[in-house]
Every structure is written in structure tokens, then in C-alpha cells.
Design a protein around this ligand. Structure first.
Ligand SMILES: NC(=O)C1=CN([C@@H]2O[C@H](COP(=O)(O)OP(=O)(O)OC[C@H]3O[C@@H](n4cnc5c(N)ncnc54)[C@H](O)[C@@H]3O)[C@@H](O)[C@H]2O)[C@@H](O)CC1
Ligand SMILES: Nc1ncnc2c1ncn2[C@@H]1O[C@H](COP(=O)(O)OP(=O)(O)O)[C@@H](O)[C@H]1O
Ligand SMILES: [K+]
Length: 502
């Protein structure tokens, strides 16, 4: 599936440009859209006893009139219901006039078991919570558990943000056009869409390219050209060296999980940097991963200068406080050649009172690329104003955070958003709830660093790590604990390396 995601505004602009450039006018695009939806209804529900098509006042309703006409023509039993008449002169009004069926008022909607609902109430044009007859129709259909095929978006779901502010359909299938919208991937929208089918309605790729889209669905296509594939003549340090900071003796596991994530990503060497009092406990649990003492900033400086690590991770189990801030700022200021610094967990929390110091350090000339990996709680500590701004979507919030931090932000969760300071953003959707287990984020931080160390640019490394982490977790399934993740990476890595070689 194509990876660009269009906001409703960008989609309207694509429609407009496509209509100007041809070959289809607005009515032609609408016929193509309706035809695609009718095909999916017939494919998924060939035995439907009755299809109820619910039309709203805009062009989403217009698509509905086309669908109703085509399904009736194919011999299906179709009932048509409309909330309002389409605006005179609109494409929807033409579609309604061409439709062989007469609509009944939506207020009278009734539907029995065995029926299928086609939701053509609101699509990209949804501008406020659904009320009145449309709200009642959604409630009736939901209460009866009837399958819903949504046109473009389930009515009530915002295409821009995935937010739901009133009643909303829960579709079994959503057929959208040209490209998906952020609301198909962001929660709770994604959860209301069911299966999403993307239909080509004749908007040329060149029209989409002109829009310079900055939002993407996270998928290998997005970053595979940058994915590291070792050459036959490589050696371990050329495959990248990752340094991972350990916490004290009672909290070393998190750093080791990160270290395993980094090692399994294909980095050639990984070192755990440990306080003296945790060396013994770390040593007992590390084999291929190296261990080095680092209590003081001077020891950190010596490590950076001697071993020139290509990426570092600070945060998992590290402890919140001055030491985390000092070490982070020392790495960002070191100019030792490290390509990236992943700041996770306690590393993020340590900057809650002075985020500007972190962001300035990341902005300095020659600083390693900063990647922040906050879950919602950590995000709110570093960006309290963005977190509390109700009107912002997770996408907008993450994008603003990345610009402010001068770093890549991985806003974790079931709909992880990866945002770059240059405005690019990707939404991830291949995860599974099994990933919500202690230590899972530590492995992710290590994976990001491992890919950074192998030379992937920061945004691509972050997107690839999030996708691999999610893929590994969802393939593993129930019973997953964080220790399972590193070991389960190789089959996913093998597929990616094979695809990157092609
Ligand atoms: N030429 C085009 O622009 C094409 C548009 N297409 C369809 O057109 C849709 C977008 O059409 P529109 O921009 O007309 O938007 P919609 O059909 O989604 O709805 C817009 C209308 O509903 C009103 N409205 C919005 N939210 C409401 C609410 N909660 N309660 C009551 N009224 C509300 C708006 O004021 C406006 O009049 C897409 O989702 C897609 O299905 C497709 O036919 C492809 C071609
Ligand atoms: N419901 C979910 N679906 C998919 N992924 C999830 C879900 N919940 C959490 N995750 C992922 O699991 C990881 C949890 O990380 P984090 O919250 O830092 O936990 P920890 O600190 O215990 O490692 C993140 O990558 C997050 O995106
Ligand atoms: K709809």
C-alpha cells in the first residue's frame, strides 16, 4: 500500500488539482469512488439480504448515491436513506439525480439482522460532532451489531487526527481513496476503521507528488534504501559500536535489554558502561557484550575518545538526576564522531525541569543526532504544553516536539508516531498489545541505537526500529516478555536484509 498519508486539506487539494489536470472531472472521480466501494461490498457481502446506504449532505453522500445505484443494478436489495438533500449544483446533487432509487428520510431508518450498512454520512468534511438523525442512525446500527462498510472514513472519525468527539460508526471495512489519511492509523480512529482498503480513483501519482507530503504510514518502503547490509569485507567496528549506560546494582537489567536489542540489530560491537558497584552484576549476565566502568564524566570522555562509539543509549534503568543530565550533555558536546544519541526513560525524565538545556545541546553544530523515545508520561514531562493542548493530534504534537527538541521524537504507544525536526512524520500500525510489557521500550531504544550505529540516518533508523520492534512483538504474540524480543529479531531482520539487497 502507498505510504503517503494525506490530511483532509491535502486530499481536497489533490482532488482539485486532479480535476483541473484530468482525465476525470469531479463527477468522474465520484463515480470511480462509488464503483470501488460497490465492488468491495459485493466482494465482502455477496449474500447480504439487504444493503442500507446512508447518505449525508456532502460529497461523501454523493459517493453513497453512486454505490446504491450500482448495487441495485447488480441485483442486490438496496434501501437508500438520506439525512439532507445535497447542495444544489454539487457533484453529490448530480449523483443523487442520477441514482435510480428514491431516498427515504434517515430519521425513519430501520434495519434487520442480515443487512449490511454503507456509511456515506460524513467523510473528509466532518467538521463537528455528529448529532440528530445521523447520531441516532449510528446508535441504531451499533446496537444491532450490523456490519458497516464506511466510505472514506467511518462517520464521526476525524481524518486528520483519528479523534472521535461524538457518536461514530465502528466499521468492518473502510474504503478510502487515493491515499490513506492519518485518522486511519491514529487511535481511536484506526480501531473504528476495521480493514482499510485503498482504492485508486484516477488521481495521478504526479498530483500527489506535487503536494510534497510529509506524513507517512511507517512501512519498510519508507526506509529500506537506508537499511544496513554488511559488505563481505566488513569488520565488527565498521558494523557500528554502541555504548549503553547501565544504572546501579539494583537496576542493570534495562541496559542489558537495550544492549541485546542493539546487538541483534546487527551492530558489530556493544559495550555496557557501568558504575563500579554494578560491574559484577553486569559481568555475570553479559557474554558477547563488552563491559567498561564509567562513574565519572572523565571516564565517559576517555571511552568516547578511545573507542569512538557510533551511537549511545542513556536512560533505561539509569536513575533520574544530575548524573543523567551531565552524561547526556557530555555525549552531545563530545564531537567524538558518534552519529546518534538515544535518550530514553530516566534520561528523558532527568530533563523535566530544564528541557531547553537538552534541546540547545542537540542543536549545536556537530552534535550527534538526538533521538527521544518517550511514552505518554515521559512526553508530558518534556513537553507539558504540547501534551495538554487538547486540540493537537498525536501527529501534530510529536511534530512540534521534534522541531523544538532538534531531534527525532518517537512518541510511543499503540499508535507510535515518529517525527523528525525537518517536519517528516510516520505513524506506526503493525504493533500488538503484547508489546505492552516491562522492558519492551528498553529493547526498542537499543534497536534504534544499533541502526544509528550502522549509519542509518536518524529518522529512518527510528522508523525502522519501531517497525521491527512492533513486527517482532506481534509475530511472537501472547506470552511475550522483553527478554524474548532480541532473540526474535533475526527472522524479521533476515527478511529486511534480503529485501534491502534486492
Ligand atoms: N471531488 C471530490 O472532492 C471527491 C470527493 N469524494 C468524497 O467526498 C468526501 C468529502 O466531501 P465533502 O467535502 O463534501 O465532505 P463530507 O461529505 O464529509 O461532509 C461535508 C458536509 O457535511 C457538513 N458537516 C460536517 N460535519 C457535520 C456534522 N457533524 N453534522 C452535520 N453536518 C456536518 C459540512 O458542513 C458539509 O456540508 C470524501 O470523504 C469522499 O468520500 C470522492 O467522491 C472522490 C472525489
Ligand atoms: N497496545 C500496544 N500496542 C502496540 N505497542 C505497544 C502497546 N503498548 C505499548 N506498546 C509498545 O511497547 C513499548 C513499551 O515501552 P515503554 O512504555 O517504554 O515500556 P518499558 O519502559 O517498560 O520498556 C513501546 O515501544 C510501545 O510503543
Ligand atoms: K463515511
Amino acid at each position: 500500500m502507498k505510504t503517503e498519508l494525506l490530511s483532509p486539506t491535502e486530499m481536497a487539494e489533490a482532488d482539485r488539482r486532479a480535476i483541473v489536470g484530468g482525465p476525470f472531472d469531479g463527477m468522474g472521480l465520484m463515480r470511480n469512488a462509488g464503483t470501488a466501494v460497490a465492488r468491495e461490498v459485493m466482494r465482502h457481502y455477496p449474500a447480504a439480504e439487504q444493503v442500507h446506504v446512508l447518505c449525508g449532505p456532502g460529497n461523501n453522500g454523493g459517493d453513497g448515491y453512486v454505490v446504491a445505484g450500482l448495487l441495485a443494478e447488480s441485483g442486490m436489495a438496496v434501501s437508500l436513506w438520506a439525512s439532507e438533500e445535497p447542495r444544489p449544483g454539487s457533484d453529490a446533487a448530480v449523483a443523487a439525480a442520477e441514482c435510480p432509487l428514491q431516498p427515504a428520510p434517515l430519521a425513519a431508518l430501520d434495519a434487520d439482522a442480515g443487512a449490511v450498512i454503507v456509511d456515506a454520512l460524513y467523510g473528509a468534511g466532518l467538521s463537528r460532532p455528529v448529532e440528530g438523525d445521523s447520531a441516532r442512525a449510528i446508535e441504531l446500527v451499533t446496537a444491532r451489531g450490523l456490519p458497516v462498510v464506511a466510505i472514506d472514513l467511518p462517520s464521526g472519525v476525524s481524518g486528520a487526527s483519528g479523534k472521535i468527539t461524538g457518536p461514530a460508526f465502528r466499521a468492518a471495512l473502510t474504503v478510502t481513496f487515493a491515499r490513506r489519511k492519518p485518522g486511519h492509523l491514529l487511535l481511536p480512529g484506526r480501531d473504528h476503521c476495521g480493514e482499510v482498503v485503498l482504492a485508486d480513483i484516477g488521481i495521478p501519482d504526479a498530483v500527489i507528488a506535487e503536494l510534497n507530503v510529509r506524513t507517512f504510514a511507517n512501512a519498510p518502503k519508507l526506509w529500506l534504501p537506508h537499511f544496513p547490509v554488511p559488505g563481505v569485507d566488513t569488520h565488527k567496528y565498521r558494523r557500528g559500536h554502541v555504548g549503553i549506560f547501565s544504572g546501579g546494582p539494583a537496576s542493570t537489567g534495562a541496559a542489558r535489554l537495550s544492549a541485546l536489542g542493539a546487538a541483534r540489530s546487527g551492530a558489530g560491537a556493544v559495550t555496557v558502561l557501568s558504575p563500579a558497584n554494578a560491574l559484577a552484576v553486569n559481568a555475570m549476565h553479559l557474554t558477547s557484550i563488552m563491559l567498561r566502568k564509567a562513574d565519572e564524566v572523565s571516564e565517559l570522555g576517555a571511552y568516547l575518545a578511545d573507542r569512538r562509539p557510533s551511537a549511545l543509549v542513556l536512560g533505561p534503568g539509569f536513575g533520574v538526576g544530575d548524573k543523567a543530565r551531565e552524561f547526556t550533555l557530555a555525549v552531545l558536546a563530545s564531537r567524538s564522531g558518534a552519529g546518534g544519541m538515544v535518550l530514553d526513560a530516566d534520561g528523558i525524565t532527568s530533563f523535566r525541569d530544564e528541557p531547553a538545556a537538552l534541546f540547545e545541546a542537540a542543536d549545536a553544530e556537530g552534535a550527534p543526532a538526538l533521538v527521544l523515545t518517550p511514552h505518554d508520561g515521559e512526553f508530558a514531562r518534556l513537553f507539558p504544553d504540547l501534551a495538554s493542548e487538547e486540540d493537537l493530534s498525536k501527529l501534530e504534537r510529536s511534530r512540534e516536539a521534534a522541531a523544538r527538541a532538534h531531534g527525532v521524537v518517537i512518541a510511543k504507544g499503540a499508535d507510535t508516531v515518529i517525527a523528525a525536526p525537518d517536519g517528516r512524520a510516520a505513524i506506526n500500525s503493525n504493533g500488538a498489545p503484547w508489546l505492552a510489557t516491562a522492558g519492551s521500550g528498553d529493547v526498542l531504544a537499543g534497536l534504534v541505537a544499533g541502526l544509528l550505529a550502522q549509519g542509518m540516518p536518524a529518522f529512518e533508523a527510528a522508523c525502522a526500529a519501531v517497525w521491527m520492534h512492533a513486527e517482532v512483538g506481534s509475530r511472537f504474540g501472547p506470552g511475550l516478555i522483553a527478554e524474548d524480543l532480541p532473540q526474535a529479531i533475526p527472522p524479521v531482520l533476515a527478511e529486511l536484509v534480503a529485501a534491502a539487497r534486492r
